[in-house]
Design a protein around this ligand. Structure first.
Ligand SMILES: Cc1ncc(COP(=O)(O)O)c(C=O)c1O
Length: 387
């Protein structure tokens, strides 16, 4: 049985180049990047090389990047670090503004800040999953400490107007954080032109290893670290660096940045083949696209659809039996019985949320896999409907 992996937004397979860098770094002579001897210097140079590669990929200075233990840590470090630093500078700055469709790494961190006395505003989204500038304008003022809005959503791919919201934040002296975990490698990221102060990245969505991420911190941004201890990462993130993981992240990031157009085009072709195949087999009305119908308003590698009358749990299980891996929502919540908070915020009924599945793609997928997946989904749906 050919196994078809269409869950890249949960985690992408490691790229051979990244794996080679990982194995080479992990199997190399021992060396702590903080040690002054030749072994330590060897490890340090791997971290430096990766930092240069990643900073080149997003257009920042190498010293503006801090390696972390993944996207979740980057999001937490961004929110706690900027909120606390802003309040320490000016006790009136206690506003946190975010959106209802953020990843839980942002939403739960923001909730914790509210418990600590910050004033939290969660912006609603429209039917496509997008926040309105009007709502953002009403929520952001001179008491706002941090604004956190994601680049593109992990369940639907919907893009947010981060440039305009970043300008608003800037006008009011608020720190602008963007979770770009799903956007890296699929959308242009240039912090030289984007009005963004903090930006979260994760390696395992672009073919690097799990458990490695990075936080961009624009020079001069009010921000304080989450972890204290040694003086690693210019005292921004204590703890011995994950040298092998960081080396592999650097390789994956430079490949992703160099091939972003090809990655986009490939993901779009696979996505469109799957959607067309499903609509041909099930009928155009039976398949509802969740997210922006205009492809330029979504990340190209994520396709979230609802199939009327079919439970996503049952569909997922049946697809798994046929060797096809997809997801019922974000990987972190798909194990729970709760309907997706993203689709719920978009106004979908709890029942329709449970009819929705997320396919997500990468360079390892082919058009023939998309055709095969469409065929198998249609067969399963026909069988389930007959019951
Ligand atoms: C948008 C977004 N933010 C943050 C994360 C968390 O990243 P990590 O898995 O590296 O902790 C994810 C992972 O699914 C994500 O999709």
């Amino acid at each position: 049985m050919e196994r078809i992996y269409m869950d890249y937004a949960a985690t992408a397979p490691m790229l051979p180049e990244a794996l080679a860098a990982y194995v080479s770094a992990a199997g190399d002579a021992p060396g702590n990047p903080s040690s002054l001897h030749a072994f330590g210097r060897g490890a340090r140079s791997r971290v430096t090389e990766a930092r240069d590669a990643l900073s080149g990929a997003i257009g920042c200075r190498p010293d503006e990047l801090t390696f972390t233990g993944g996207g979740t840590e980057s999001d937490n470090a961004a929110l706690f670090g900027a909120a606390r630093a802003q309040r320490a500078k000016d006790p009136r700055r206690i506003g946190i503004v975010t959106t209802a469709v953020e990843h839980h790494a942002v939403l739960h961190a923001a909730g914790r800040l509210a418990d600590e006395g910050f004033a939290l505003t969660v912006l609603p989204v429209d039917r496509l999953g997008r926040v309105s500038l009007h709502d953002a304008e009403a929520a952001i003022d001179d008491t706002t400490a941090v604004v956190s809005v994601m680049y593109g959503n992990n369940e639907t791919g919907t893009l947010q107007p981060i440039g305009d919201i970043g300008e608003l934040a800037r006008r009011h002296g608020a720190v602008m954080h963007v979770d770009a975990v799903q956007a890296l490698g699929y959308a242009p990221i240039d912090v030289g032109t984007l009005p963004v102060d903090l930006l979260s990245l994760s390696a395992h969505k672009i073919g690097g290893p799990q458990g490695v991420g990075a936080l961009y911190v624009r020079t001069g941004t009010p921000w304080q670290p989450l972890l204290y201890g040694g003086s690693q990462e210019r005292r921004r993130r204590a703890g011995t660096e994950n040298v092998a993981g960081i080396a592999a992240f650097g390789v994956a990031a430079s490949l992703a940045a160099r091939t972003v157009d090809a990655r986009r085009a490939h993901a779009e072709a696979v996505r469109d083949a799957l959607l067309t195949g499903l609509r041909e087999r099930l009928g155009p009305e039976a398949v509802t696209l969740n997210g922006d119908p205009d492809p330029s308003g979504r990340l190209p590698h994520i396709l979230n659809i609802g199939i009327e009358g079919v439970s996503n749990e049952t569909l997922l299980m049946n697809l798994d039996l046929q060797g096809i891996a997809v997801s019922g929502g974000s990987a972190c919540t798909s194990g729970s019985l709760q309907p997706s908070h993203v689709l719920t915020a978009m106004g979908l009924s709890p029942q329709f949320c449970k009819n929705s599945v997320r396919f997500s793609f990468g360079m390892g997928n082919t058009i023939s896999q998309a055709d095969k997946a469409a065929e198998i989904v249609a067969t399963i749906v026909a069988r389930l409907r007959k019951r």
